[in-house]
Design a protein around this ligand. Structure first.
Ligand SMILES: CC(C)(COP(=O)(O)OP(=O)(O)OC[C@H]1O[C@@H](n2cnc3c(N)ncnc32)[C@H](O)[C@@H]1OP(=O)(O)O)[C@@H](O)C(=O)NCCC(=O)NCCS
Length: 169
């Protein structure tokens, strides 16, 4: 199977925040952002694996800054690490200033997708080779996050999480 790079999965979703997508403070509703990130990450995982993919877990989301109605929202997602059938995908969320065009980072999300066949059974995905410093950093941390997610979902015993244990060593 061909070795791929994170940039091959890069997916950029640019859209506006409309009034029907906001909370009582007229800022983007959290669930709406989760859905948009899920969509962008799903396309990135599909581009990496060239298979059908399903969301297995949302490992981390930080709603750091409110996003007001009318904002231009940019979601950049990329596969940070591929395991056997699962892939960790990062979503970096930015807003774009109307006048200067400058981008500010507002949120971040980390998702896990699994590549499946037509019956929904997991299938193998290509290996990924990070290139930039940030891609290497995210690649390095991905196994720890996978083990934490598996522990939280009851699919792994804490004592089996070697990579996490080494961190707290
Ligand atoms: C995700 C799904 C395919 C996993 O199936 P499964 O029978 O648990 O398969 P496995 O145990 O072999 O796990 C497959 C991979 O997912 C990973 N995985 C499963 N649950 C995970 C979790 N909570 N966090 C991180 N990784 C997870 C496993 O570690 C494994 O990774 P690997 O093959 O890269 O080592 C299955 O649970 C599913 O179809 N869920 C529904 C998905 C869906 O509908 N999503 C949309 C929600 S609306």
């Amino acid at each position: 199977m061909k070795i791929k790079t994170p940039k091959e999965s890069l997916t950029v979703l640019t859209d506006m925040v409309l009034p029907g997508e906001t909370n009582s403070l007229h800022n983007l509703f959290g669930g709406e952002l989760l859905a948009r990130m899920d969509r962008a990450c799903s396309i990135a995982a599909q581009r990496h694996s060239n298979r059908i993919v399903v969301t297995a877990s949302v490992n981390h989301v930080a709603f750091n800054k409110a996003v007001p109605v009318g904002s231009v929202l940019i979601i950049e997602s990329k596969v940070s690490r591929a395991f056997n059938s699962s892939m960790e995908v990062y979503a970096d969320v930015w807003t774009e200033d109307r006048e200067s065009g400058e981008k500010s980072k507002v949120n971040e999300g980390i998702y896990t997708f699994v590549a499946v066949d037509l019956t929904g059974s997991p299938v193998k995905v290509p290996v990924i080779k990070p290139e930039t410093e940030l891609e290497k950093e995210r690649f390095e941390g991905a196994l720890r996050r996978k083990q934490l997610s598996l522990i939280l979902s009851g699919k792994m015993k804490p004592e089996e999480a070697d990579e996490l244990k080494a961190l707290f060593g």
